[in-house]
Design a protein around this ligand. Structure first.
Ligand SMILES: Cc1cc2nc3c(=O)[nH]c(=O)nc-3n(C[C@H](O)[C@H](O)[C@H](O)COP(=O)(O)OP(=O)(O)OC[C@H]3O[C@@H](n4cnc5c(N)ncnc54)[C@H](O)[C@@H]3O)c2cc1C
Ligand SMILES: Cc1cc2nc3c(=O)[nH]c(=O)nc-3n(C[C@H](O)[C@H](O)[C@H](O)COP(=O)(O)O)c2cc1C
Length: 584
C-alpha cells in the first residue's frame, strides 16, 4: 500500500495535509481509491467544474467513453451534452464529438462509443454529418474490434424511414466488428423521457462498477432544448401580407412579429419555432369520430397539445388493440397493406373507417404531442430591432379524397392576422450563419420560401456595410406571380448589397428551368467564387432541389476530373463549413 508521502513535490498539498490524507487514504484499498476517484469526479461535475484539469494518471485510469452525435436541429447535441455530465459522475473519461467534426479513424481507439443520431430528409443523416457517414459506410472504414457501442436513434415515426440513420449506424458498427453493449433504442418526437431512461440504464450498464454504484445519476433536470418549448413567447403579429399574386399556384405570406420584452435574440440563419394549434373543424371532426364531442377539457387538449393529424404504424396497431377490432388488426399487422392504407391518410381517416367510441384517456394515449414548426427567420435584428420576420407558405392539398391543410401554416395564413399573436421561441442554427469575415463572398442558392434566410443575410450585410460579394440564385415558378421579395431584392441589386442575381423561373418557358440549371450555366463563375473562399448556402425543398443541386455541384467540381472527385470536393467544402444547407 503506497503512502501519499511518496507523492512528488508538485502535489498541490502542504506536508501537514498530506500527512492527514495519509491516515485515511494511505491505507485505502484499490476499491476504496477507485470509489474516491469517481466520487471526486462526480462532485466536480455536479458543481459545474467538469472541465477542471485532472492529472493524467487519474484520467488514464478511467474508462473512455466517446459520445458521438449527429444532429440537424440540436436535439442529439443537447442529449450528448447532458450525457457527458452524467457519464463523468459515473467515473468515465467522457468526450463529446460531433460527427460533423469527426473522422472514422477516431472510432478505433474510442473504447466505448455511445452514438446519438437523428435522421433527416427522407431517411438520411443530418447534412453536416454526411461526409462522416459516407466514410463509415465506405470500404475504408476501420475495424471496430475491441470497441463497445450503443446507439440512441432520434426520429419521427410519421416518416416512412423512421430512425433510419441510427439503425444503419448501429448495424454498421456491428458489421465492423464492434460489440453491441445495449440494444439500440429508436425514439419519436417525444423522446425526452425515453432518452432519459435508456441513457441512464446504458450508462449504468457500461459504468466502472465501483464508481457507478456510488454516484447517483439522474436525468431529472430538463434537457436544454425543452425549456424554450415549454415557455414560448406570445408575439404580436404587427404585419402580414401576401407575397404571391392571386394567379400563383400557392400562397406565401410575409409575417412580422414583435419581440419587444421577450429578450429573444437571433442571428440571420436561425429559425423561429411556432407552437401551433389545431384548427377547430379538425378537432370537432376527430371528437365526433370517437364519440367524445362536447367534452370541453378534451377539446382544449386536442387543440393545443396533441397531434391529431399524422398517422403512424404504431398508432394503427395500438388502436386495433384498444378497440379489439380484429379487421383493423389484420390490416395493421400486414406491413404491405398497412403502408397502402396509410398513404395520404391521417388520424381522422382511421377513426372514421374503423369507428369506435373511446374513453378520453385511451384516445389521448394514442396521440403524439403536437410538435412546434420551424420557420427560417427572414430578417436581421441589426436592421429590424425587436422584430422577427417570417416567410410562410400555405400548405393545402388533397389526399385520399379529402382536402387537407397544414396545421401551422394555415393557422397563420387563414386565422392569425395582424393584431393576433403567435407563441414562438428561437431555434438557433449556428451552422447556417453568415461567415465571420464579412469580406468573404457568399453564394445563396434557394427556391420558394428558401429565400427567407437570405433576406436576413442581405439585411445584415446592408446594416453592417459588409464588403463581401453576395450572389443569389433563386428559383420560383413564375417571375410575375411568385418572385418573393422582388422589390427589395432588386433594390439590393441596385445598391450593390447584392452583387449578382440569377433567377430560375421554372414554368415561364416550355422547358423546366431550376436553380441547378443556372448553377451549371454559371459554373465558371461558381468555381471562381469557391476559389476566392466563398461559402455556399442551400435553403428550401429537401426532396427534389437539394439532391439535384448536390449532384450539379459535384459535376461542376469534378468537370475534367474523375467523377468521384466531385463528392470528395463537396465533402471537403461541407467539412470546412463552406457548404451549408438548411433544407426541409
Ligand atoms: C429548419 C426549417 C426551416 C423552415 N423554414 C420554413 C420557411 O421559412 N417557410 C415555410 O413556409 N416553411 C418552412 N419550413 C417548413 C415548416 O416548418 C413546416 O413544415 C411547414 O410550414 C408545414 O407545416 P404545417 O404545420 O403547415 O403542415 P403539417 O400539418 O405539418 O403538414 C405537413 C405534412 O403534410 C404532408 N404533406 C404535405 N404536402 C403533401 C402532399 N402534397 N400530399 C400528401 N401529403 C402531404 C407531409 O406529411 C408533411 O410532413 C421549415 C422547416 C424547417 C425544418
Ligand atoms: C425536414 C425533416 C425531415 C425529417 N426526416 C426524418 C426521417 O426521414 N426519418 C425520421 O425518423 N425522422 C425524421 N425527422 C425527424 C427528426 O429526426 C427529429 O425531429 C429529431 O428529433 C431531430 O433531432 P436533431 O435535432 O438532433 O437533428 C425529420 C425532421 C424534419 C424537420
Amino acid at each position: 500500500m503506497s503512502k501519499l508521502t511518496t507523492l512528488p513535490n508538485s502535489a498541490p498539498f502542504a506536508p501537514e495535509h498530506i500527512a492527514a490524507l495519509d491516515q485515511v487514504i494511505g491505507a485505502a484499498s484499490v476499491v476504496q481509491r477507485a470509489w474516491l476517484s469517481g466520487f471526486l469526479a462526480g462532485l466536480d461535475a455536479a458543481e459545474g467544474k467538469g472541465e477542471v484539469a485532472i492529472p493524467a494518471a487519474a484520467q488514464a485510469d478511467k474508462p473512455k467513453l466517446l459520445i458521438l452525435y449527429a444532429t440537424e436541429s440540436g436535439n442529439s447535441e443537447a442529449l450528448a451534452g447532458k450525457t457527458k455530465q452524467d457519464a463523468a459522475k459515473r467515473g468515465f473519461a467522457a468526450k463529446v464529438l460531433d460527427m460533423a467534426d469527426a473522422t472514422v479513424d477516431q472510432l478505433k481507439n474510442a473504447g466505448t462509443i455511445l452514438a446519438i443520431v437523428s435522421t433527416w430528409g427522407d431517411g438520411e443523416p443530418p447534412q453536416r454529418a454526411a461526409p462522416f457517414y459516407r466514410a463509415l459506410m465506405g470500404e475504408n472504414a476501420p475495424s471496430l474490434e475491441g470497441v463497445k457501442f450503443a446507439v440512441l436513434a432520434l426520429g419521427d415515426s410519421s416518416y416512412a424511414q423512421f430512425c433510419e440513420t441510427g439503425r444503419l449506424v448501429d448495424e454498421r458498427f456491428a458489421a465492423l466488428g464492434g460489440s453491441r453493449a445495449a440494444d439500440r433504442i429508436e425514439l419519436d418526437l417525444d423522446y425526452e423521457a425515453g432518452a432519459k431512461t435508456w441513457l441512464n440504464a446504458t450508462l449504468e450498464l457500461l459504468a466502472p462498477k465501483d464508481a457507478g454504484s456510488v454516484i447517483h445519476v439522474d436525468f431529472q433536470k430538463p434537457l436544454a432544448s425543452a425549456s424554450s418549448k415549454t415557455a414560448p413567447f406570445e408575439a404580436e403579429i404587427t404585419a402580414q401580407h401576401k407575397l404571391t399574386s392571386d394567379r400563383a399556384d400557392s400562397e406565401t405570406v410575409h409575417v412580422e412579429l414583435a419581440l419587444a420584452g421577450s429578450g429573444l435574440k437571433y442571428e440571420p440563419g436561425d429559425a423561429l419555432a411556432i407552437v401551433p394549434e389545431n384548427d377547430a373543424e379538425t378537432v370537432a371532426d376527430v371528437l365526433r369520430a370517437v364519440g367524445l364531442d362536447g367534452d370541453a377539457a378534451l377539446t382544449d387538449a386536442l387543440t393545443s397539445r396533441y397531434d391529431i393529424n399524422t398517422l403512424t404504424a404504431k398508432q394503427m396497431k395500438d388502436y386495433a388493440v384498444i378497440t379489439g377490432d380484429t379487421g383493423l388488426a389484420a390490416l395493421a399487422d400486414d406491413a404491405g397493406k398497412r403502408t397502402g392504407f396509410m398513404a395520404g391518410r391521417q388520424m381522422i381517416d382511421l377513426l372514421e373507417q374503423f369507428p369506435h367510441r373511446l374513453e378520453a384517456e385511451k384516445f389521448t394515449a394514442l396521440l403524439r404531442p403536437l410538435a412546434p414548426r420551424y420557420y427560417s427567420i427572414a430578417s436581421s435584428q441589426k436592421l429590424v430591432g425587436d422584430e422577427a420576420h417570417l416567410t410562410i407558405a400555405r400548405l393545402a392539398y388533397e389526399s385520399a379524397g379529402r382536402a387537407r391543410k397544414g396545421v401551422a401554416s394555415t393557422m397563420v395564413t387563414d386565422h392569425r392576422k395582424m393584431g393576433g399573436s403567435l407563441n414562438v421561441f428561437v431555434r438557433p442554427n449556428p451552422h447556417f450563419h453568415l461567415p465571420k469575415d464579412d469580406a468573404a463572398p457568399i453564394v445563396m442558392i434557394g427556391a420558394g420560401t428558401g429565400v427567407a434566410p437570405y433576406r436576413g443575410f442581405l439585411q445584415e450585410r446592408e446594416a453592417t456595410g459588409a464588403k463581401g460579394e453576395s450572389w443569389l440564385v433563386f428559383g420560383h415558378r413564375h417571375f410575375l406571380y411568385d418572385f418573393l421579395y422582388q422589390l427589395e431584392i432588386q433594390e439590393w441589386l441596385a445598391s450593390g448589397v447584392l452583387s449578382q442575381l440569377d433567377l430560375a423561373s421554372s414554368r415561364d418557358q416550355p422547358e423546366k428551368r431550376y436553380v441547378q440549371h443556372v448553377l451549371w450555366e454559371q459554373r465558371d463563375r461558381l468555381r471562381g467564387q469557391i476559389a476566392n473562399g466563398a461559402t455556399l448556402y442551400l435553403c428550401g425543398d429537401a426532396k427534389h432541389m437539394a439532391h439535384d443541386v448536390d449532384k450539379t455541384l459535384m459535376r461542376i467540381l469534378s468537370e475534367g476530373k474523375d467523377e468521384k472527385e466531385g463528392q470528395v470536393e463537396l465533402d471537403a467544402l461541407i467539412t470546412a463549413g463552406r457548404y451549408k444547407k438548411d433544407v426541409y
